[in-house]
Design a protein around this ligand. Structure first.
Ligand code: DON
Length: 562
């Protein structure tokens, strides 16, 4: 029996048997119960089940991530990496960095040909695109704050992989559209390719992945980094041009970082520091937009969008110039989020005209290609722990290479480095020295798992996938609540926009208000329409302690309730 007090709309896809009954729950309001919001109903339910079994938010986030690795193979993963921002019931703030690292054999010019041209096909597809995976290490590090044993938290994922589950229409479509990529990037047969097309309700059974998860259940983290799973990853590397070595896996370590904490209009924002650019960009954008005070305007009005776009432009110019792994470059966070610096950046803002990008940053070269996939888990438990995790393979299905015999996709996170100064990555982001490839370095991310606190109590748990659109989406979700006084559902599902300095384009969702578009065009902005931006999973706790959990309406995202 599901204990849902309120669900704004339900969509049921019913086929038969155990994991074929899939309920997508978009919005829930509850009191005194934990909630889990993720990209897939079965993953949210895996987390909720762990809460019902006495686990806390940390237990639930481990179980949910593992379940996502099975039911959401496009982004859920054990072959990728991620970040966690959390606060315990006692108020301890945590930031875990389990971002992939560049293999020891990596070099700044590893994707260049003899003429010095960078080949993005190699940084995006196949074995050479793979960074050393961090997800399993991150989950074991999270265990410090959990209550239940790992062997229990991995059970739902094993069951889902073993017995199979009915795939949704979106998943069927994605698997079909990637068939050629799967065939090209794998020497051996994978379960993700069938002779006929996938369709809604088809069972996806992953026996090899189930065996991998069982080995991890039995032997722990070591199994992934030094056991049979490690051997299978290394063997997969040898099937092509992979360079991940045994010592790369053995040496992988999650890093506990100091969360980035700053104030915004009476709230305390807790977000991810470097090597994600997310927290710093969010701080820069919120602080610069506060110089104009967004609360005077309506969400998605011309005035508000222009202010936010110009804040985004200036922040992303800094991303390209200054941001990277703080263990390899000088950490400029303090300067970048200081009022003195941001006020000087904001001086060139004009409420009448678009600021040319060349006026706020050092342009090397640019053009763009698009692609997305990552995934967000937002969890709150009844004890008062709050966890936001964003995890990724980078592109959809990562490198598209599945580890033969182990059944999981490897990431293509190497493309998040600046593979050559001025050459855009798959999100159109450019960079230079700060984010160049070096052995052991972590590639700059945009992932922005974030908490908003008020009077030391958690008010918002939020995050989203979407590559470089992540920080701008989190920015919009937060000002939606704080400045525009919107409800949770609207803040998540309102049409979004995005600007990233280069290319010099404002990307908007297809249902973005046309009057605002027209006004912006008159001011000199170029507008580009895209079908969707991100998948925001948000939990808000109101003054009456009612918990509002909203799963993004753009996908199969769903809320699970304790
Ligand atoms: O770390 C990053 O910023 C990217 N690898 C995230 C990729 C992503 O969000 C794709 N999702 N839609």
């Amino acid at each position: 029996m599901k204990k849902i007090l309120y669900a704004s709309f339900l969509l049921s896809i019913t086929v038969s048997a155990q994991y074929t009954d899939i309920n997508i729950i978009k919005e829930v309001k509850v009191k005194n119960k934990g909630v889990v919001v993720s990209a897939h109903p079965l993953a949210s339910e895996a987390g909720a089940k762990i809460l019902r079994q006495g686990g806390n938010a940390f237990d639930a986030v481990i179980a949910t991530q593992l379940a996502l690795a099975v039911v959401y193979p496009q982004a859920g993963n054990i072959g990728g990496g991620g970040f966690m921002v959390a606060t315990t019931a006692e108020g301890k703030k945590i930031a875990l960095d389990y971002r992939e690292t560049a293999p020891s054999k990596a070099s700044f010019d590893m994707y260049w040909d003899k003429e010095g041209n960078a080949n993005v096909d190699l940084s995006q597809n196949g074995r050479l695109a793979v960074g050393v995976p961090g997800s399993i290490s991150g989950m074991f590090e999270t265990l410090k704050y959990a209550k239940l044993p790992f062997s229990k938290l991995i059970e739902p994922a094993i069951d889902l992989a073993d017995k199979g589950f009915a795939i949704t229409e979106q998943e069927a479509g994605l698997l079909n559209s990637h068939k050629a990529d799967f065939l090209k990037n794998n020497k051996n047969k994978t379960v993700f390719v069938k002779d006929t097309d996938w369709k809604i309700g088809d069972l996806l059974i992953q026996k090899e992945l189930a065996e991998t998860l069982k080995r991890i259940q039995k032997s722990g983290e070591k199994e992934f980094y030094q056991g049979k799973t490690a051997d299978l990853i290394l063997a997969e590397m040898k099937l092509g041009n992979g360079i991940v070595q045994s010592q790369d896996l053995k040496n992988y370590k999650t890093k506990e970082r100091k969360p980035l904490v700053f104030d915004y209009k009476g709230h305390q924002i807790v977000s991810m520091p470097f090597p994600s650019s997310g927290g710093v960009l969010l701080a820069q954008m919120l602080k610069m937009s506060a110089y104009e005070d967004l609360s005077k305007y309506q969400q998605n009005s011309t005035e508000a969008v222009q202010i936010m776009v110009e804040a985004e432009r200036r922040a992303y110019a800094d991303r390209a110039e200054y941001m990277g792994d703080p263990d390899f470059i000088q950490d400029k966070t303090a300067m970048l989020i200081s009022d003195e610096y941001l006020k000087s950046r904001w001086k060139s803002y004009s409420p009448k005209l678009a600021t040319p990008s060349k006026d706020v940053g050092n342009i090397i070269n640019s053009n763009r290609k698009e692609s997305t996939e990552t995934t967000q888990v937002s969890i709150l438990d009844k004890f008062g722990n709050a966890v936001s995790v964003t995890t990724t393979l980078n592109g959809l299905y990562g490198s598209k290479t599945v580890v033969s015999g182990a059944g999981f996709f490897l990431n293509n996170e190497m493309d998040d480095f600046s593979i050559k100064p001025g050459v855009p990555n798959m999100f159109g982001a450019v960079g230079g020295e700060a984010n160049k490839i070096e052995p052991g370095k972590r590639m700059l991310s945009s992932m922005t798992p974030t908490l908003v606190l008020k009077d030391n109590k958690v008010k918002i748990v939020v995050g989203t996938p979407g590559g470089t659109t992540i920080p701008t989406s989190v920015f919009q979700a937060i000002v939606g609540v704080i400045d525009f006084k919107q409800n949770t559902n609207f803040s998540v599902n309102a049409p979004k926009f995005h600007h990233q300095w280069l290319p010099e384009i404002v990307t908007v969702e297809k249902n973005f208000p046309s009057a605002t578009i027209k006004d912006l065009e008159k001011m000199g902005y170029k507008i580009d329409k895209r079908s969707q931006i991100g998948r925001t999973e948000m939990i808000l706790i109101d003054d009456n302690k009612t918990v509002h959990a909203v799963a993004d309406g753009r996908g199969d995202d769903s809320v699970g309730v304790e």
